[in-house]
Design a binder for this molecule. Structure first.
Ligand code: PLP
Length: 494
């Protein structure tokens, strides 16, 4: 399988292998790598496979320059023990409504599916393309991605990872998750200021030519763990297949019955993986794109205009607080009438903050996608009602999606079963979940965890409760300009 950039307008496209696409991340022209064609598979052949086996069956279609034995081993070590045997766990909530629990991994959020596998793909990819450089990964995080990336990249050969987060800008739980990180190749710094200051500091390091030259002399290249990398998207295709089989089994439905998926969406990576699963031949019905108050995607899928001139809201589902949804560019490629359109739209986005796609392109998007959004009050109410009705606890991101399903279905149920992707454990956001349940919220996150556990009778994940016992390794607070020094390799190691 070869890959080309969404911004390549040549008839004869410049292509790269999967390993090259993963090592490069972003294409040199600023576009995103997509596969030259989408492999067609008979989905029925995989229905009895375990999760790691299914991953090992699907990944080689896209990653054909990787050794199949390597992929099998990587899938096994990424998804077996690390997910406590619960990778792809699907729970029936009510008639025809299922929840795909994607948070049984090491950091209790769905990003583990990508970030447990992608670092191995990068490390192996460097061997395949014979890249002798050391990779230094810089991450600016507002909370979740940093920890998932640290867990995925720790102790990998030839790779170093440094994470920056806003000082006093993440929850106590999130800070401890990062400050107690183990591994010999990791670094974590709190940066004075807000998330934008942190992100701007990291971007400066990426764009500094002087720094790049200096590092190249030492055989080091900088890289990011951003979700636009094909290596982060491709592992997510697997759980759509896995959940599809579980729903058919549970509902006793024949092969080929369409199943809808509703996805709490931010950067459009997760739902885009569902689009690829559908294009590969999996009988996915509708892909429902759920947003919080930052409902730019609801508007886009409703009207065809993507307009960033709007207020940015901080919500109780922070991982979806996004106004520039990078992976949407991949979908645009599939609905554009000609190659020149995508780069044009992206240029308009960066110049004017707005672009509009023609009616025909919008019609194509709506063949596969629906969209809905959930306000803060409905999100909280849905957490409470779901717990009262089903004794089932969901986090704020999952609630945004479940609410979108419930309101959409009242309007016009099409009768297909629907899977709601549950992207984070409710224990990862104990304060928001307690408050939704109508409880008072202890100031301390650990007390909030115990309280949530007491009320619901469900144990809090050990990955979170165990944090209090771990030594804090990383306590350094720096200023944003110091990020450059640390990127240079002058950071203090503990
Ligand atoms: C990252 C994240 C999302 C959004 O996923 P995208 O792939 O960016 O659309 C949703 N929920 C949680 C908990 C996340 O961490």
């Amino acid at each position: 399988m070869r890959y080309f950039s969404t911004r390549d307008t040549n008839i004869e496209k410049k292509t790269v292998s999967a390993a090259e696409a993963i090592v490069q991340g972003l294409a040199p022209d600023g576009g995103l790598y997509i596969p030259e064609s989408v492999p067609q598979v008979d989905y029925r052949q995989f229905k009895n496979l375990s999760y790691p086996e299914l991953a090992a069956a699907i990944l080689p279609y896209y990653l054909d320059d990787y050794d199949a034995a390597f992929l099998k081993q990587a899938a096994e070590s990424a998804y077996a023990e690390a997910f406590g045997g619960k990778a792809g766990r699907t729970v029936r909530l009510s008639d025809g409504v299922y929840v795909l629990e994607l948070w049984h991994g090491p950091t209790c959020a769905f990003k583990d599916y990508a970030l447990q596998l992608m670092p191995r793909l990068l490390s192996e990819g460097k061997k395949i393309v014979k890249d002798p450089n050391k990779t230094r990964i810089l991450v600016a995080t507002s909370g979740d991605t940093g920890k998932a990336a640290l867990e995925g990249y720790k102790d990998l050969d030839g790779i170093e990872i440094i994470v920056f987060y806003p000082h006093n800008g993440v929850s106590r739980l999130q800070r401890l998750q990062m400050a107690t990180q183990r591994g010999g190749n990791v670094g974590v710094y709190a940066v004075i200021g807000n998330f934008d200051d942190t992100q701007t500091g990291v971007k400066k390091a990426f764009h500094d030519e002087e720094l790049a030259k200096e590092l190249a002399e030492e055989g080091i290249c900088l890289s990011s763990a951003n979700s636009i990398n094909w290596g982060r998207l491709v592992p997510q295709i697997v759980y759509y297949f896995y959940a599809y089989y579980r729903v058919l089994e549970s509902e006793n439905l024949p092969d080929g019955t369409p199943v809808d998926f509703c996805v709490p969406t931010g950067n459009f990576g997760d739902i885009m993986a569902g689009y690829y699963a559908k294009k590969m031949g999996l009988p996915v019905g509708r892909l429902i794109c759920a947003s919080n108050r930052n409902n730019i995607l609801t508007d886009m899928i409703g009207t065809g205009t993507y307009d960033t001139h709007r207020e940015f809201f901080k919500t109780g589902s922070p991982s979806m607080d996004i106004l520039i949804s990078s992976n949407l560019e991949r979908l645009l490629h599939y609905v554009a009438e000609e190659d020149g359109q995508v780069p044009e739209w992206m240029a308009e986005l960066s110049k004017k903050g707005v672009y509009a796609i023609p009616e025909e392109a919008l019609r194509k998007i709506r063949e596969d996608f629906d969209a809905g959004w959930t306000d803060e009050e409905t999100c909280a109410r849905t957490i409470r009602e779901t717990f009262e009705k089903y004794h089932y606890l969901i986090d704020t991101h999952t609630s945004v999606a479940l609410a979108a399903v419930q309101t959409g279905r009242d309007g016009g149920s099409k009768g297909a079963p629907v899977v709601v992707l549950s992207t984070a454990s409710p224990f990862k956001f104990p304060a928001a979940v307690l408050s939704a349940l109508g409880e008072t919220v202890p100031e301390n996150d650990f007390e909030a965890l115990s309280k949530l556990s007491e009320i619901t009778g469900a144990p809090a994940p050990e990955q979170l409760t165990g944090l209090l016992e771990l030594p804090e390794r990383f306590t350094q607070v720096i200023t944003a300009p110091e990020i450059m020094d640390i990127a240079r390799g002058n950071g203090k190691k503990d």
